[in-house]
Structure formats: structure tokens, C-alpha cells
Design a protein around this ligand. Sequence first.
Ligand SMILES: Nc1nc2c(ncn2[C@@H]2O[C@H](COP(=O)(O)OP(=O)(O)OP(=O)(O)O)[C@@H](O)[C@H]2O)c(=O)[nH]1
Ligand SMILES: [Mg+2]
Length: 680
Amino acid sequence: MRTLNLGILAHVDAGKTSLTERLLYNAGAITAIGSVDEGSTQTDSLALERARGITIKAAVASFPVGRTTVNLIDTPGHPDFIAEVERALSVLDGAVLVVSAVEGVQPQTRILMRALRRLGLPALIFVNKIDRGGAEPQRVLRDIAAKLTPAVVPMGTVHGAGTRDAGFRRYSAGDAEFAAALADLLADHDDRFLAAYLADEAAASYPRLRAGLAGQTRAGRVHPVFFGSAITGAGTGALAAGLTRLLPAAGGDAAGPVSARVFKVERGPAGEKIAYVRMFSGALRVRDRLPPGHGALPPSGRNGGPPPGREGERKITAISVFERGPAVPREQVRAGQIGKLWGLRDIQIGDTLGEPPPGRARHRFAPPALETVVAPRHPAGRGALHAALTQLAEQDPLISLRRDDARTELLLSLYGEVQKEVIQATLAAEYGVEATFSASTTICIERPAGSGAAVEIIDTPPNPFLATVGLRIDPAPAESGVRFRLEVELGSMPFAFFKAVEETVAETLRQGVHGWQVTDCVVSMTHSGYWPRQSHAHARFDKSMSSTAGDFRNLTPLVLMDALKLAGTTVYEPVHRFHLEIPADTFASVLPVLARLRAVPGAPVMQGSLCLLDGDIPAAQVRELEEQLPALTRGEGVLEATFGHYQAVRGDIPDRPRTDHNPLNREEYLLRVARRVAAR
Ligand SMILES: Nc1nc2c(ncn2[C@@H]2O[C@H](COP(=O)(O)OP(=O)(O)OP(=O)(O)O)[C@@H](O)[C@H]2O)c(=O)[nH]1
Ligand SMILES: [Mg+2]
């Protein structure tokens, strides 16, 4: 059997979960078709998903199409849950991008298409809801070509659009127009085809065209468009056939070295951790020990193995594999497959097991732009709240938890208000913890404005620690994150000391000069040095004469913050792209409000009695616009806003209250370190 790991992606409510259900039903993987509106689908299985009728977590279900097992990953469309999509993208062989035949291309559709194209992931487009009143397949096709990519070709025609009887007729060899459109598209994207076609028009025989289309689709260069309805089933058979003919199967050698990626972590009924992995190469068996992953430095521990004493936490105790419908218990999971692993207590979302998957770029969407203070409704619930949030953050690393020790506050980063409500409801339902959330505030970032370097030498005042650390920080391209590299020999110092520096660099950069996360930079270690353990001749190990990892952990923040202060940083705030539809006669009253909220609208487009406006607005102001809109537009205004970019803050720089132990002030920092040491 071949395997195809397929993602279903779309703007919220386009019909991904309904389409998943229909494909499972068509293939015989389920005998009754569930409904999102009744809360009975396979992939919206969480109580909260069923109650709200939206997908929150990516979910996997499988079905067979001919000789191919399709592992379908149904993803959430709501922008608050984009992190789920990001992780799904890293394990896919191909995707179906769903577009509603009524709403057309929506903001999230464009973001997803950009991600697919950047990753070179092959994708079919499915125009759904052709049965719904207002469906206009032809307009939506033009919309797709204009807003997503011109490299599309419709695979058939729709009849009866907007009615329950709407249907899809697939083009075949006899459709001259289709053949001509295919020849044009391939000539644009395939030089070999173009040369053959110019030499001899007969090169464009129908079988050649179909083969060319499959090749270019698999390469992610062109996107065939199907039409149909998840609810009536129209066109879904043609789509399923297209999946196996036009998308590539998972490759990978089951006998090769292990290479796998964790894209989802959940807790089982007994609280046990379950990791979902996509295998790219090799096989994992029950009782196998987890192979080490790969970071900037080789993994810690002897021979790259796990740290001593934690062996038991790295052993796979059970495996189940997706083959048809839900996962079934198996002895092993092999290259190409998706499986669930039990027994790995340390595993985290995004972990790579074994070798990094070859040729797989990763796509990162924007990080969360909002932050909120979470407090227990009853003071006694503080411990339970912290434990519950820590567990939630482990299932979703982008829900990062910050603890303000000074004010004993818990801060949670968020994508939006829906996510906040979902977390609140999850805390109550799954952990029995009642929590309140403060109004969300915006999270800015800091980027180094230039380069800066600092060094502290061992046994040389004012360095109070037994370590030499030199660091240089340089700006890096936007969205590249933080990279740590060595400009000293890896062999010049025990490995544990380098690891301590690398980890402390990452921790320290959580709060830059203005208190915000520092990102998009490269930190190079330029100097290193230590005092070795005292030899036996000097009798006992003497801490005052031998360097420890603690010396490196304590010194690194001092050096790094000195370097960062020299480099200087610029604070950036998140800015959203907005799309606004308002009654044309309310334009004059909406415009001044936009200006007051620091929004920058583009030229208005009049569409009948509607006025369409696209533009940028600081993320901090989106909520206020949402609140004002109904009164300004008689309740008819529609606003969509999704993260666009970061913009340097002009004027007053918002400093964030510091919550950690960054040595902005050297004396204070050293006092804190001394107190910590004394407390031990
Ligand atoms: N008429 C019609 N309604 C549809 C069709 N597909 C989905 N719907 C309805 O559209 C709504 C959203 O469907 P879902 O399948 O939950 O959409 P989704 O893309 O999974 O939504 P999220 O996961 O929340 O992003 C539901 O009320 C469905 O019944 C379709 O083909 N025709
Ligand atoms: Mg859904």
C-alpha cells in the first residue's frame, strides 16, 4: 500500500471537517456520516469542538483510495489556532485547500496558500458548498486565479450551482477546451513540455497532458481545481480520485535510519502522554528507545544518548498506526506512516526523532500577538492552575506561559479571544479549575538594531564566576528566529558547558533591553574557557577552583545583555491586515475612527451598496474596532483581521514589566544570584 499524508486547510467554516467526514464515508471507513452541526463527526471529537461547531485541534483519520492509504489531517481554520496548522504542514505530502463557493477567497485562505507555495507542498483546490444559495463557482475560480495563484486549472464544470441538485462533471479526453487550457498551463511551467509542444503539437496528446499535469502538481507548481459539496457529496468522488492521481505518495526507506517528527501531543484517559509522529524514514518498534533529536549542538549525554537516569522515560511502550479510520495497535510504525507513541514522557510537539527529515523546510506563521494574566477564581486553586496551564502549554508550545515571580502572576500568550475562551473552558472541563483572564494586551518583539559583543574572562575582575564567555549578537533576517553558533572549537571545553551557554542564551533573550522577546538574531560564542576539575593530587573536588555548568549559566546573561545593550534594540509591534465591508453610506463615519485607531486603509472599493476597505491596523487596536463597528455600521459591518507583519514602534517605546532574572542591572543581578546560591 502507498501512503499519502494529506492536510485539509481552509479559512474557518469553509467545510474542512464536513469534507473529511464525506471522504471517510465515501471510502467506507465509516458507515454513517456525521455532521458538524450535530457534533457527530470523526475529527471534531473534543467536547468543546462539538459544542462550538469549530475545529480546535488538528485530528487524523485514514481511509483507503484504491491502493493508497490516505492519512487525512483535518486542521482548524480559525486564525487563533494557526499553530496547529503550522505543525501539520511539517508532516504533509500534499494538501487540499478548501474554498467556499459562496464566500470565495478569504484572508486565511491567502495566508495558507502562501505557506503551501513557500514550502513547495503540492495542493489541490476544492471549491466547496456549490449547493448553497449564493454559490458562484465561476466567480470564485476567477477570485482564486487573481488572489491565490494564476497557476490553476479547473478539472470540470458545475451545473445547478446554488441548488441542492448542484453537480460536478469531470472533464475528459473529448473536452477540447480543457486540453487547450492544460496545454497553456503546462507550457508556462514546464520547459520540456513547451519545447516538445513547439516542435510538434501532437506532443499535447491527452495522456501526455494528464501526465504533465500530475508531474507539475506533484512538484507544487500548478493547482488543479475541483468543485463540489461536502454535504451532498457532489464532486467528492472526483476529488478522491484526484488525490491519488495528482498528489505524491509518501517516500522514505523503512530500512533506513530513523527520521520522524512529532506534530501533536495529547493526553489519554489516564493522563498518559500520547505523541503523534510522522515517519519519514526507518521504523520505530515497541520497546525501542527513542533516538536522540538534533539541535544546534549535538544532543547531550554520553554517546548522544539520553541523560543518565532517564532511560525509562524514553522507551516506547505501545504504538498504534493509522491504516483505516482510527489508529490500530501495531508492533511498529514505518517510513511514510503516521502513528501514535506511548511511554515517552519527555517528548514535545515539534521534536525531531533521529535524523532531520531531508529537504523539509519548516514554515512558521506569526507568533501570538496577545498576552493575558490568568488568575484562579479561588486563591487556593493557584497550584492546580499552574499545573494545568503547564500541561496545556506542553500540548501547544505557542501557548507560552510566563511566570512573574515578583507579582506571582501567570501570563499566557495568545492568538485571540476565541483561543482564550477555549482555554478557559478547557481548564474548567478537563482540570476542574475556574480561572479568570485579564483583558489581552499586545506582545511586542525586539530585534537588535546593530551588532554588539562582550566578553568576561575567568579570574579577571569584575567577573565573579569561574568561566570565560564571549558572545556577539548580530541582526538576522526577519522571521529567522534565534540561532546560536560557535566561533570556538567544540573540543575546547566540556560539552555540558556549551550546552549551558546555549540554553541560557535562549532563556535570556526572552526579555531584551525593553523587556520583550528578542528575535531574528544570531548569537555567536567568541570566547570560552574554564578551570578543570581539581585532580586527585589536590584531594577533594573543590568548587571554588573548578568551573561548573552553573558558572556558565550565571555568567552568560551578564555577557549577553552587555552585548545586546551595545547592539541596541528596536521594539516592533504586531500589525494586522484587515478587510472591512461596510454599508457605503457609513464610510464617512468609519474613516475617522480608523484614523484614531492608527489604521492605514487602502483605497475604498465600492461594490453596489457596499464599501470594501483593506488596510493595516496595529493588533492592539483590533478589539476596539470590533467593538465600535456595530454602532458605526448599523450592525452590518464585517471585519476580518489576521496578522500581517511587525512594525517598528514610533514614539514612546512600551516597556514590558520584567518578570525574569535578566541582568539589566548588574548589581541587582549578582545579588539575586548570591541569594539563590545561599538558599541552596
Ligand atoms: N450547504 C453546505 N454547507 C456546508 C458544506 N460544507 C460545510 N457546510 C456547513 O458549513 C459549516 C462549517 O462546516 P465545517 O465542516 O465545520 O467547516 P470547517 O472548515 O471544518 O470549520 P473550522 O474547522 O471551524 O475551521 C457547517 O455548518 C456545515 O454544515 C457544503 O458543502 N454545503
Ligand atoms: Mg473543522
